[in-house]
Design a protein around this ligand. Structure first.
Ligand code: SF4
Length: 301
């Protein structure tokens, strides 16, 4: 394993490659990355990258966003089959139909979506920037796609705007039930429950903190409380377990895993560095249209 890691690290330098990994990636992949972050942080890093090549260890929409934001670079998605089931729930035609029904509304598109869907939206957002993005818009009516749970959470913070939701969701976070939250709290009554807003409202109602992946990590590091239940993907639990051995970190449900995020292996990363994988390619006009939505999001911050 060490030999493989060392090979990757030296090839990375040689090929002028930047390796970016999402927090939900396997720890061995995170260990060889230049930066580990949530989708918003990775998008900003990709946009500013000076290296010739970007290897995005995550799922397809993340690699697409990196390519769109920095089109001159060669961008690789190491595990070609790593997709996002939530992104696959919505098509550009669905957005166009919603626009037809609500012509006054602005379309806010969660970054967990395909480039085609971003291209027909007004602005993108991440879970950490969604509220700020919606507040920054002049429109009173907001079509929020594709995640109905994140949309409902944002709508609660901004009651003065009217929201129209699409019936999309993250199958992982949406699978969490109120009973899961109650069972985890019953097992550890003194623990704080930190939850991602892609979860259902009934789960969020039992949370001590609701925030993005980066927000949850930050909260767990800062709080003086020792007992913490992680209500997001297993990767976050693994990072904190390793990083905070003095705290009692647990995961809300043992099978809380995004299998797509776990598809990337070190061998896949090596294959990109050795040119044995096809880079991401997209139609220029599609990229230009999707870039407008992504850049507006990055500008809002
Ligand atoms: S955790 Fe959910 S939203 Fe994130 S990549 Fe997996 S399926 Fe998609």
């Amino acid at each position: 394993m060490n030999e493989l890691k060392n090979k990757i690290l030296s090839l990375k330098e040689e090929r002028s490659a930047l390796v970016l990994a999402h927090y939900y990636q396997n720890l061995d992949v995170q260990d060889i990355a230049d930066h580990v972050g949530d989708s918003f942080a990775l998008a900003k890093l990709a946009q500013k990258a000076s290296q010739d090549t970007i290897i995005l260890c995550g799922v397809r929409f993340m690699a697409e966003s990196a390519k769109i934001l920095n089109p001159a670079k060669t961008v690789y998605l190491p595990a070609d089959e790593a997709g996002c089931p939530m992104a696959d729930m919505i098509t550009p035609e669905d957005v166009i139909e919603l626009r037809r029904q609500y012509p006054e509304a602005a379309v806010v598109c969660y970054v967990n979506s395909s480039a085609d869907v971003k291209a027909v939206s007004d602005i993108c957002c991440t879970s950490s920037s969604a509220e700020k993005v919606v507040r920054a818009l002049d429109q009173k009516q907001i079509i929020f796609v594709p995640d109905k749970n994140l949309g409902a959470y944002v709508a609660k913070q901004i009651p003065e705007k009217q929201f129209i939701f699409f019936e999309g969701f993250c199958p992982i976070h949406n699978s969490l039930t109120e009973s899961d939250a109650l069972a985890a709290k019953e097992q550890n009554p003194n623990a704080l429950l930190l939850v991602h807003p892609e979860c259902r409202g009934q789960v969020l109602s039992h949370a001590d903190y609701i925030g993005s992946t980066a927000g949850i990590l930050e909260y767990a590091r800062r709080t003086e409380k020792k007992d913490i239940i992680i209500g997001t993907e297993m990767g976050v639990y693994e990072i904190l377990k390793r990083e905070l051995p003095d705290k009692n970190i647990s995961i809300i449900r043992e099978d809380f895993i995004c299998t797509d995020m776990k598809k990337t292996s070190l061998e896949d990363v090596l294959a990109c560095l050795e040119g044995r994988t096809e880079p991401i390619t997209m139609d220029t006009e599609l990229m230009d249209r999707a870039r407008r939505s992504l850049e507006r999001m990055v500008d809002v911050g």
